[in-house]
Design a protein around this ligand. Structure first.
Ligand code: PL3
Ligand code: FE2
Ligand code: FE2
Length: 241
């Protein structure tokens, strides 16, 4: 596949009119992209596995969950193409390590049949993290990746919504577990964001913007699930204390 070379690339404007897009051919950009691209590919692959796992715990919803899972595989392929298009090799061992704590917590919850924690980790925390990252990335991505990411982020809202609906329908019995699982796992998302911030910056993605987008998706989803403002504030505080 043909890759981009500096000489061929004209300076492009951001779609939001806030200046120029980064130089997608620079070594600094490609180096950071090798880790970010791997994180996204690994995240989509694990999302597929997680929805398939959740499906085994709710047999009458297994078909729906498999549909969500298959969307994640499409996302994975899309982001793989984005890396190829820039001539970048994704650093997959880095990405596996990046997800290992959260992955371990999902696996432990799944082994105990703890659907509340599984849905919180995959459908709320990971999807809100993905939504925040993709929304910010769309503003600074190369045109090829922007198109792909715009399609993906629409699906991620469906996934967030799916988790919300399940937690909402079961809130009476799962609220305590939800709050407990959030206390353990939201700090992991926070530290993942801290770890990725420098590489994200090299792609012109601002950390505060990422946090802002995350908080919007996260708090909206807790509201939708049926928690009140005080409960949401308490839960969100787990990210800072
Ligand atoms: C589930 O649908 C998706 C799981 C992926 C989570 C990825 C989080 C990404 C954080 C990295 C920030 C940069 C994003 C750039 C996008 C190519
Ligand atoms: Fe996805
Ligand atoms: Fe998703």
């Amino acid at each position: 596949m043909q890759t981009l070379e500096s000489a061929e690339v004209a300076v492009l404007e951001r779609p939001d009119g806030l200046g120029e897009l980064p130089d997608f051919t620079s070594e600094a950009y490609k180096d950071a992209y090798s880790r970010i691209n791997a994180i996204v590919i690994e995240g989509e692959k694990e999302a597929y596995d997680n929805y398939m796992s959740i499906g085994t715990l709710i047999p009458d919803k297994a078909d729906e969950l498999e549909k969500l899972g298959r969307m994640e595989l499409r996302h994975m392929k899309g982001f793989t193409a984005c890396g190829k298009n820039l001539g970048v090799k994704p650093d997959m061992p880095f990405a596996k390590e990046f997800f290992s704590s959260l992955h371990g917590n999902f696996q432990a919850a799944f082994a105990q049949g703890n659907l509340t924690t599984c849905f919180l980790i995959q459908a709320i925390l990971i999807e809100a993290f993905a939504i925040s990252a993709y929304n910010v990335y769309i503003r600074v991505a190369d045109p090829f990746a922007r198109k792909i990411t715009e399609g993906v982020v629409k699906d991620e809202y469906l996934h967030l919504n799916y988790g919300q609906q399940w937690l909402k329908a079961n809130l009476e019995t799962c609220k305590e577990e939800l709050i407990k699982a959030n206390k353990v796992n939201l700090p992991l998302i926070r530290s993942m964001l801290d770890q990725v911030a420098e590489d994200a910056k090299a792609l012109d993605m601002d950390k505060e913007e990422l946090m802002e987008e995350f908080m919007i998706a996260y708090q909206d989803s807790l509201t939708e699930i049926g928690l009140d403002n005080r409960e949401i504030a308490r839960m969100a505080l787990a990210a800072v204390v």
